[in-house]
Design a protein around this ligand. Sequence first.
Ligand code: GDP
Length: 610
Amino acid sequence: MDVPTYSAEDAPIPTGEIVIERASTAQDLGPRLNRTAADVVRFLLTNGEMVTATQSLTDDMIMMFADDIGAEIKLVDPGEEQEVELRKLLEFDDEDDDEIVDSWPTRPPVITVMGHVDHGKTLLLDKIRSANVVDGEAGGITQHIGAYQIERDGKSLTFLDTPGHEAFTSMRARGADVTDIVVLVVAADDGVMPQTLEALDHAKAAEVPIIVAINKMDREGANPDRVMTQLSERGLVPEAWGGDAIMVPLSAMTGDGVDDLIDNLNLVAEVEDMRATPEGRAAGSVLEAHLDIGRGPVATVLVERGTLNVGDPLVAGAAWGRVRALVNDRGERIESALPSTPVQVLGLNEVAEAGDTFVIAPNEKMASKVADTREHWQRLASLGRDASATSGGAKLEDIFKQIQAGEAATLNLIVKADVNGSLEAVCDSLKKRERDDVKLAFVLRGVGGITENDVQLAAASNATILGFNVRPDRKARELAEQEKVEIRNYEIIYKLLEDIENAMLGLLEPEYEEVVTGEAEVREIFRVPRIGSIAGCMVTSGVITRGSKVRFLREGTIIWKGSIQSLKRFKDDAQEVAAGFECGIGLSDFQDLKEGDVIETYEEREIPIE
Ligand code: GDP
């Protein structure tokens, strides 16, 4: 192998894939690869990266070094390796999560409602809930805690009441695979729409059974056959047509057919044979979390196994605490919660993150230890991300620096809008504002929300993302933060144009005006060995300041421009000398001084662009 000249060059490079944590320092990295920290620092230095041995390195730097010495590495987030150890500390075996034991009691299915916007997800969830209050007590206080449980024919069902596939996927992305059955809502009068298909894809990816609720059957234009045809084309063939997809026509408004949907959900749950043990310490997922002024950090969790009790030492990600109180979806305080029960947990030390898993630790000490360790690693991970984010997208205001550096000023843009019409309007109006000195480049124009892909593209192409009537999704937001990509959202077109124009004004070469700050007359010339000529002066106006810019005038003509190198009052160095005082001035490389010459100092001030 061709190993370059390193101090530890004789040491063989470890073979195989070496796991390196993001944000490692040269001190961490070197020894892992049989090199010294100095090797790493020196290598980076020769590649134009100045780092100290104890400074976190970016992913790029780590990869560059590894590549150079021919080591094969895998970058992991700090804490990823430790997490395995932490789970061991918690004495929790994740392995048997998938295993289901026949002797366990059945548990309620966990149901997520998805579908196109306005197809009736929220109304359906409300209807199901209000029609099936567990104890039938009308007027009971219902609480929106992110999920609720109903009972029908003695069987319980749990509904997550944050509709939308965004929540669903982001939960799944974070490892919280809590949904057992997806209800896909399709409005009978509207048919299959883009988000219907998206929801379908997400449900398929999660490999959970899907039940279609053909909603708004009370509407005049309701056409369930069309919905069935459209879905059949996508592989969901209704039972009525010989397929195996359950489709239930209903109206979330009138309530017709809602019972039928619930019966079908119970049926699917039975077939799927969902079981969980109520024995042992509880574990599950965080569905929602927030800070409540009166109650402190509140987390809604879904128990997935075991029994959660008041007083249990709970760890959820980097948050922990002894459970002070459990509150159910009707606002009642309860002592314990069984599998598939959504419940609010009070008593955590900080706000947990939705999608985090929680476990009950063997004891409080262990809970705090695990949470604190995770917090430490999370901090490190974010450090690495910050350090890696030196490139990333462009900020509008940064364009100004670009031209100052004498680079061609091009504003790279990714424009996303709600519909084609507005997209064209935005792009056309932007194009009209292009100027000779500032070019606009559309890296991408598209219809739809701002996605992770857009952010990736922006980071790669140094672009700013403009959203018109669209928003970035959560993942896009997170990635943008990580990659330092600027996303600007607008709802008013002139505001968008105004901002771009302002940015382009910032792109203008700044104009300067010169302001004279002081004037001194040369009265006497002193020759100082090894230093040269010093002008003995009288300050006639303003203030002469060391380091300031100078015009050297002889009979009103500028004969030299430079700066003041030394300034003395008698024998002492002075920072500044005011009018009426004598001083000695040394000019950088100008020696041709004559009595009667004038030294004028001035400052350049930027003229703000109107
Ligand atoms: P979401 O965006 O999917 O949560 O939809 P919503 O539940 O907010 O419903 C959107 C609109 O459709 C609301 O005005 C509802 O009142 C209405 N809607 C929902 N379901 C039905 C239904 O079965 N029949 C009728 N006529 N209107 C419905």
